[in-house]
Design a binder for this molecule. Structure first.
Ligand code: HEM
Ligand SMILES: [Ca+2]
Length: 198
């Protein structure tokens, strides 16, 4: 598993290579379109567009994600109205009522990933139905953690809507790929090749 701290060079914010990144950093790096270690709102917008989302969802995502997460990733710094998200600190943007698959450092926890399917995949061993996703979200809820509930709901709902298969199932490999960020690269390539073949 690729884990550990990102390697820093010369005091700048750049991560040396993607292989030094933990899974949560990989999850968000797709959205760092110019690879400078920072995700600005317009990059979140471009990333959402690149994976096939419409203008409305991409605009809301860029506003909510960057306004919501920017400060958490810039501890001790003055708030910036450009709402940058610093990828090296993305683990500080974790919320409550999550699955626990990312640990507090942003690393991937295999046992928690397996737990999703052991606890919630009743219809098919390696996939979740829409109802099973909802049941998982309810089971993950911590009391009165309304922002955490909303964040979890949004993440899993968008994932389900964008990536369910033709039988309405969210496949295990799709969920694995969202955790390491490779899903977004794949979606972008699929969108590009669909455009070429149109
Ligand atoms: C279509 C785009 C995206 C989808 C479908 C998505 C989906 C997800 C999913 C399913 C999780 C796992 C939650 C859990 O384990 O319960 C997650 C976690 C997370 N995502 Fe995304 N995400 C997207 C884009 C982004 C972007 C652009 C950012 C920030 C720049 C981001 C930041 C995070 C963070 C910080 C977590 C950790 C939450 C936690 O474990 O508490 N995501 N996301
Ligand atoms: Ca950037």
């Amino acid at each position: 598993m690729a884990s550990g701290s990102p390697v820093q060079h010369g005091g700048d914010d750049k991560l040396s290579t993607t292989t030094d990144q933990n899974f949560l950093q990989k999850h968000v790096s797709f959205f760092d379109r110019n690879h400078d270690g920072i995700v600005y709102p317009w990059e979140t917008f471009k990333g959402f567009r690149a994976i096939g989302c419409g203008y409305v969802l991409s605009t809301f995502a860029a506003l909510f994600i960057n306004i919501g997460l920017s400060r958490k990733t810039r501890r001790g710094k003055f708030p910036s109205l450009l709402f940058p998200i610093e990828i090296k600190n993305i683990h500080f943007a974790k919320h409550g009522s999550d699955s626990g698959v990312y640990d507090t450092e942003g690393r991937f926890v295999s046992s928690k990933f397996e737990e999703i399917f052991l606890k919630h995949a009743h219809t098919h061993p390696n996939a979740l139905t829409s109802d099973e996703v909802m049941a998982m979200l309810k089971a993950n809820r911590e009391p009165k953690d309304f922002l955490g509930w909303l964040a979890g709901f949004t993440e899993w709902k968008i994932l389900y809507v964008l990536c369910k298969d033709k039988n309405g199932l969210l496949q295990r490999e799709t969920i694995k790929a969202v955790y390491d960020g490779s899903l977004f690269e794949r979606m972008e390539k699929e969108k590009e090749s669909a455009k070429k073949n149109a």
